[in-house]
Write a protein that binds this ligand. Structure first.
Ligand code: NAD
Length: 330
């Protein structure tokens, strides 16, 4: 069996080589992404593992099938970059890696929560100016004195809640489907509105759907306590960024930590050193002292990357050898 791993980052190679050695598989690794220009690399391979933000031209699904390929395995949880209908029509099985390390994202959400509450941006900006005073506006609250609202109590939300409970916070939450085990460490409310009215810090942990697009808008921000904090490590489109900036300006929000932004695609994972950021809203987010913006990096731990690589390659192996995979999404 000969497999091809495309779009491989340097940090993935070591885990891919380990997987190939342990499973005695002939694995070719390239940092090229799959495109019409690189399709020839697929020739002679039995399966492919991809990791790319760009989609594929529609005709490529059939071209892959014509080369004898049965599947597309993405080394990510998200698979919205692929046209599932076109893949199915061409007889290709698309797989993802649904769970690779919820702790990675939960730990980052907690890190972001602490950083925004303790105003680390402001402190670091003063350090850069060599101003070592304790300004009055740097005084912060303690997490144990706060009520934390968790929106979405799935894998990541539950771990985030447990860690913050460990700091002594009271945890309230909303989810479309309540989790009985979570009731040991949090109290469910009947709506998002009920949570935001009571919480001092809100952390979002649900997927983006057509129902929650801009759920965090002017109306929802207006219900929040003055001086509350928002952490979003989920998806940018859940938050109306213009409304978020208004909430920060009015003092409704004291700070926000965002690992994701609704129009992040042109910027995230790219080097803009010395280049102009044309999106004025994004530029404001990365420059404000009351916003900690990070580039969709919450997942990025050694454990998560190893699990993504192994999960993606295992799915290729499963489809090539059994014509199916438990991680099939089409
Ligand atoms: P999960 O599926 O385990 O949990 C999601 C929870 O959200 C579920 O309990 C679901 O019932 C709930 N939910 C869905 N729609 C809702 C709504 N409208 N209102 C309230 N609750 C709702 O997912 P997870 O593994 O915990 O991941 C959560 C999110 O984290 C993902 O969807 C993704 O957007 C994000 N994520 C971010 C990164 C990153 O690097 N920043 C990495 C992985 C995942």
């Amino acid at each position: 069996m000969k497999l091809l791993m495309m779009g491989a980052r340097e940090d993935e190679r070591v885990f891919a080589e380990k997987w190939a050695k342990e499973n005695k598989i002939d694995l070719e690794i390239t940092n090229d992404f799959l495109s019409p220009d690189t399709l020839h690399l697929v020739e002679g391979k039995d399966g492919i593992a991809l990791q790319q933000t760009m989609g594929l031209p529609k005709e490529m699904y059939q071209q892959l099938a014509d080369l004898g390929i049965k599947q597309i395995a993405t080394r990510s949880a998200g698979y919205d970059m692929y046209d599932l209908e076109a893949a199915t029509e061409a007889g290709l099985i698309v797989t993802n890696v649904p769970e690779y390390s919820p702790n990675a994202i939960a730990e980052f959400a907690v890190t972001s929560a602490l950083a925004t509450v303790r105003q680390l941006n402001k402190i670091q900006a003063n350090m850069a100016k060599q101003d070592f005073r304790w300004a009055k506006d740097m005084i912060s609250r303690e997490i144990r004195s706060m009520t934390v609202g968790i929106i979405g109590t799935g894998r990541i939300g539950r771990i985030t809640a447990q860690i913050l409970k460990g700091f002594g916070a009271e945890i309230i939450a909303y989810d479309l489907y309540q989790n009985d085990d979570a009731k040991e460490f949090l109290t469910y409310k009947d709506s998002v509105e009920d949570v935001v009215k009571e919480a001092d810090l809100i952390s979002i942990h649900m997927p983006a759907t057509k129902d929650n697009h801009h759920l965090f808008n002017d109306d929802l921000f207006s219900l929040m306590k003055d001086g509350s904090f928002l952490v979003n490590t989920a998806r940018g489109m859940i938050v109306d960024t213009a409304a978020l900036l208004r909430a920060l300006d009015s003092g409704k929000l004291a700070g926000a930590a965002l690992d994701t932004y609704e129009n992040e695609m042109p910027y995230v994972t790219k080097d803009f050193t010395g280049k102009e950021i044309e999106d004025a809203t994004f530029k404001e987010l990365v420059n404000r002292e009351d916003v900690i913006f990070t580039p969709h990096i919450a997942f990025y731990t050694d454990t998560a990357v190893e699990n993504l690589v192994a999960g993606g390659l295992n799915a290729v192996y499963d489809v090539v050898t059994t014509n199916d995979s438990s991680n099939r999404v089409n």
